[in-house]
Design a binder for this molecule. Sequence first.
Ligand code: ZN
Length: 224
Amino acid sequence: MTERNLVLLGPPGAGKGTQAERLVADFDLPYYSTGIILREAVEQGSELGKQAKDYMDRGDLVPDDVICKVIAERLDSGEADDGFLLDGFPRTVGQAEMLDGALDARDRSLTAALLIEAPDEEVVRRLSGRRTCVKNQHVYHVELDPPKNEGVCDQDGSRLVQRDDDRPETVRKRLSVYHDQTAPLIDWYGEKALLRRFDGTRTPEEVHSRIRATLATLALEAEI
Ligand SMILES: [Zn+2]
């Protein structure tokens, strides 16, 4: 069977989360979001988890090499033998080189870096329209998915607010950080012919079927 070793890239609000859920369900891939696997390593209390916890307790960023070791641990666990879906790592060229090294050491390689793109203005529109209920964090969108009564959660009647992360000025700041860090990474994967681009302004169904078609083509090419 062909491995599907995948990295998911794209700005916040481009629909990465939705696509990740579908890919994980389609191919039964383990989903490695940096936040989740670091938390799991901490919960397991492994030596690596303890290291990560020290940084997190101090409010520091967990260094790249620790994150990469946590990923490598998961690669060696057997659960990722048919592939994996990485989200949130790598974010920089340095991290990508580190991941490359870890895969190389295991005689494996990345299948593709899937980039889901959306123009900044679309991201701002999507994210700044989001409203979250204060009680259970149910999410709505003022244009795309409004509640029946303005400002009130349909499910529990609690108040809907805009999270700080979703304020337009915060979204723009996050986008500018994303572009600064990720543009070189996109070029890097492009040069390695691993980059596959998807238009995140299309419906989630369309994006999903295009990703599936691309993966099917890559699997065919791998067999030749
Ligand atoms: Zn609610």
